[in-house]
Design a protein around this ligand. Sequence first.
Ligand code: ARG
Length: 468
Amino acid sequence: MSSQARNPRFQKGQTESSKAFTASVSFDWRLLPYDIQGSKAHSAMLVHQGVISAEEGELIAQGLDQILARWQAGELEPRLDWEDVHMNVEGQLFAQIGPIAGKLHTARSRNDQVSLDMHLYMRAVGWDLTAKTLGLLSALIHRAENDFDVIVPGYTHLQAAQPVLLAHHWMAYVAMLERDLSRIDDWRERLDASPLGAGALAGTPYPTEPEYTAQLLGFSGVYHNSLDAVSDRDFLLEFLSWSAILGMHLSRLGEELVLWSSQEFGYVHMDDAYATGSSMMPQKKNPDVAELMRGKAGRLNGNLMTLLTVMKGLPLAYDSDMQEDKEAVFDTVDTLSGLLPVAQGMLETLSVDRRRIGARLGQDYTRATDIADLLVKQGMPFRQAYHQVGGVVGRLESTGRSFDAISDQELAEYLPGISRSDIEALSPDQLVKARGQSLGTAPDAVTGQIRAAKSRVHQRMEALASRP
Ligand code: ARG
């Protein structure tokens, strides 16, 4: 009797459409290497506990290795009538080694098995996405170093506010990505528990050793409660939420680059390798990568909502609804795996238009706060100084002039005691230099931010290289 023979409890098999509807093998096939890894550990534990013989364990392990080799060579086809990746592996093992294959499922359910597979998969993916996030973060730090001489208008409400170093702007994204990395580290700690041994829901009456398999698989511990072990998907929800937040950061960066590469701004130019043309308008160079960086946030958010909604209201323990976790998680993994390196490449090759930015800076009123501060230095209360400068900006703006074109009469009327040269001295360089707190935009401060971030990145790179 093959391992996949119909359970005599059923008088007939599923209809084709019901089978196709309930099967997950079309999308859980990528779990196969992790399924094999988990099964080998489970089989070793069964041997260790004397539940199966050493010879049987050896046969099972060899059979599993061969299945993995065929999967890696692309020679293994998923079979829909075997429902999911777990039953496919069992079916293949039976074809390979005969009825001994049926011993592998002793003291194990697909419920603890699938959770284990997802833990193992997420552990690998988590490190990969950590490495990719670090790559993007390093590119941003590199940009900050290369663009250190550039001052841009900083914005609030997307209205030119005060000048900042472009490096300072890039380093703000470094700060966001560093938080993302610290969040994934935190997640990794909670991911570090093996659900194996929970069986279907209650544990198993066999002398299984969950700690033994956990250790073989490199987990530091075992779930505390079997019902929770098979029904917990927090580790996936946290990952999806991590991804959604990271995706939101990338989306903001994408939007800024779309904006900055427009003709209206012209601060940056995308390398041709990261832009596309229009099918109709020959002059167009579209910032597709940046646009999609912005747009992918939609599916990342959607995937989080999918799983939150699937899990809401589910009774303990395992329910088939939970099979819906995979496509959401895999889509998020694939989206970020593609997005992060492309975003990195785009940033590395971006060129900054110093001329356009320079021309733009002289024309705006981003010195206004600092001019008010000059009045404050002479003893005027800030709020009054604020109104004086607001008045002169309104006047200048209505006649299309910058501060440099202020008349003597306006000076005397609005800015008593301030000379033309006082105003001229408030160059973007000076304004930036004046903001010297550790978190400010002065060159010394930003140099400090860069130095500190580089040393943290260095530590992260080392942790990544020596990961378990
Ligand atoms: N394919 C299932 C999933 O992805 C595996 C667990 C199925 N367990 C069950 N009792 N039907 O969730």
